[in-house]
Design a protein around this ligand. Structure first.
Ligand SMILES: [Zn+2]
Length: 92
């Protein structure tokens, strides 16, 4: 955390100081670059979100839908290739 943000959080600087900080940020990055900066941040957040989604999709593989349940005994048949319930022998 930057010392300026720490100061702001601890209330030792008020709104006028924050406005000065914002003006400094504009001067440092240039007003014309601020939209780019915002766009870059937006893209970063978008990429982060899509990667989060991909990660979630990978952690819940599609094989989850392939799990069958025996109609007779309700046993969970984990092998998607299984033709018979391995518990009671009923055809799936
Ligand atoms: Zn069964």
């Amino acid at each position: 955390m930057s010392p300026l943000i720490a100061l702001a959080l601890f209330g030792t600087i008020g709104t006028p100081e924050l406005i000065i900080i914002l003006i400094l940020i504009v001067l440092i990055f240039g007003a014309s670059k601020l939209p780019q900066l915002g766009g870059a941040m937006g893209k970063t957040i978008k990429n982060f979100k899509s990667e989060m989604r991909d990660g979630m999709a990978e952690s819940t593989p599609g094989t989850a839908t392939a799990i069958k349940f025996c109609a007779k005994c309700g046993n969970e048949v984990k092998d998607p290739e299984a033709a018979f319930c391995h518990k009671c022998g009923k055809a799936l």
